[in-house]
Design a protein around this ligand. Sequence first.
Ligand SMILES: C[S@@+](CC[C@H](N)C(=O)[O-])C[C@H]1O[C@@H](n2cnc3c(N)ncnc32)[C@H](O)[C@@H]1O
Length: 316
Amino acid sequence: MSEVETRTGELFGDLWHHLDDEQFEQSVALFASRFEANGFDLSWFEGKKCLDVGCGGGRYSIAMGRLGAGQVVGCDISDDGLADARVRTGGLPDVSFEKASALDLPFADGSFDFVFSSGVLHHTTDPDRGLDELTRVLRPGGYLYLMLYGGGGLRWAASMAVRPCAQELGVDFIDEAIGKTRLPANNRRHFLDDFFAPIVEFVTWDSLLAKLETRGYGEINRWGRDDHDANANLKDVSKMVLIFSQAVELAKSTNAKTLKLAEEGLATVTSFHNQIEKVMADYERGEIFHQTVVDKIIGEQINDNHRVVARKGGAA
Ligand SMILES: C[S@@+](CC[C@H](N)C(=O)[O-])C[C@H]1O[C@@H](n2cnc3c(N)ncnc32)[C@H](O)[C@@H]1O
C-alpha cells in the first residue's frame, strides 16, 4: 500500500462502526432503492459474481448478497473497514472481503459479471488507472456501476475552502466538534471524509462519459437526480456552520492560535452559507432563473454526484 492509501484507509476505517444497526440497515437499503428507482431489474443479480471495490463497512456488498448474488467480493485498503464489514455480514453466505487496492486488483481479467465502486476512485492517486482496473476485471457484457464526485457548486467549494483550516485543527478536534453538534453518525462520516480524505477529486460529466466510451462501454446510463438539490446543499453548508460554531466553543478553552483557526473556519463556511442563501432568495424573488441556481449552487451535484451504470463492450 502507498502512504496515501494507508492514510486514506485509516481515516475511513474508523468511520463505519459508529453507525448503529438501524442506520447501517438504512444504508444497505439505499442500494436496492436506488437501482430500482433507476429501472435496474434487481432479479438480474441472482447468481451473479459481483465485486465491490472500496467496500468500506460492506453495506453494498451485503445488499448484493441479499439480492441473491452467487458470489460477492468486497475489497478495500482499510483493515478496520474490512473487519467491520465481516462483522456486519453476519454469516451471509457467498459474501467475502479481502484487502486490495482499486489500483491493483488481484483478480483475473473478465472475472466478474458486475463491478461496483461507490465513492472510491476520487480518493485515489490515479482514478484513471482505477477505472482501467475495474474494466479489466469486468467480463464483456457485464455492468459497471460508479459513483464519483461531480464538479462545481457552492457546497463543495465551501468544503474545499475550509479543508486547510480543518486539517490544521486536526481530525480529533473536528471530530469532537462534530460530536457536540449531535448530528447523526452518517453525517460524521460524511464531513470527516470531506475535510480529511487525503485526495478529493472531481470529474465533469463530459469527461467521465469520454473515459467510459474510450474504454468501450455502451448503454451508459446516467442516473437521475435523487437527493441533492439546492436545499440539500444549503443544509450541508448549514451543518458545516454548526460544526465550526462548536469548534469555536471548544477552542475557547485551548489557546489563541486554535481559537483563531476555528474562527477563520467559521467565517469561511458562514460566507458560503450566506452566498447560497442569497442565490435562493434572488430566485424566490424571481430575479434569477432556476438554471442560475443550478449553476451557482449545485453545479454537477444535481445528480447527487455522478452515478452511472454502463455495460462493457466486446463479445460476452
Ligand atoms: C467514501 S468511502 C465509500 C465506502 C463504500 N463504497 C460505501 O459507499 O459505503 C471510500 C472507501 O474507499 C476506500 N479506498 C480509498 N482508496 C482506495 C483504494 N486505492 N483501493 C481500495 N479502496 C480504497 C476507503 O478505505 C473507503 O472505505
